[in-house]
Design a binder for this molecule. Sequence first.
Ligand code: SF4
Length: 283
Amino acid sequence: MKKMKIEKAEKLGLCFGVRRAIKLLKEAANKYGEIETLGPVAHNRQLVETLANLGIKPINRLDQVQSKILAITTHGTSPAILSKIKARHIQIIDTTCPIVRKAQNTAKKLAESGFDVVIFGEAEHSEVKGLLGWTGDKGIAALDMKQIYSSGKSPSRLGIISQTTQTQSAFIEFVRQLIGVVGPNIDEMRLVNTLCKITQGQQEAAIRLSRSSQLMIVIGGSNSANARHLVEICSPLVETHLVETADEVDTSWLVGKHHIGITAGASTPDESVEELIAKLRSL
Ligand code: SF4
């Protein structure tokens, strides 16, 4: 019988933005005791639970805040929410990822320079909600042309940016379609690449591994945008499954396979990846 090879993607798992946020939050919890975060630190249940045990607890809405210290997550937030927090004299620990911050500054500058801003992304995602806030009332979030049509906007100057964790290929396709739809009526169009290069690197490594593996397992939160995107880009190349924990591995996936690739979303803790590898070795 052939020995099973389990191979990790060259780049995977916890990104620098989430590692930085965890460090800042742990330092704050050591200093102040319990703190709250506006929304989960990252879209990963295991990580949120681990931090909750250290006194770092998520709340969903600002009116639920109880402590005097509130952390903004890696996804960032809007200036309106920041003002509301300040008005309540709550101290802010801001862990917005510097890459998201750069996208926020781009959104703000475009809007201030008179551009309407299209954000390629999921309107309900916390990062996108924050980005929209930085455009004032000049932004719309869309994943397809239907959403552009239904916005009813017909701008003469258009700025285009992306949610940081979208895939490069999807962003390019979106821009291509957008130019086809609105291009002829536009005086000026400015495209700024706000994609996260760390996410891109992980996606490219996942694609390379998918080409040589017989099965890909992505470990990450089912509500994590970048874990889902890893599944999307690997699936056309090889059988791919998303699991949140090692326990979710179905042994039937492994039948007849001797080369299994593993990748992980940017908010997946290192321990979850190691547990997955240990589980696969045990099977
Ligand atoms: S995935 Fe990229 S943008 Fe998002 S937190 Fe990590 S480093 Fe920052």
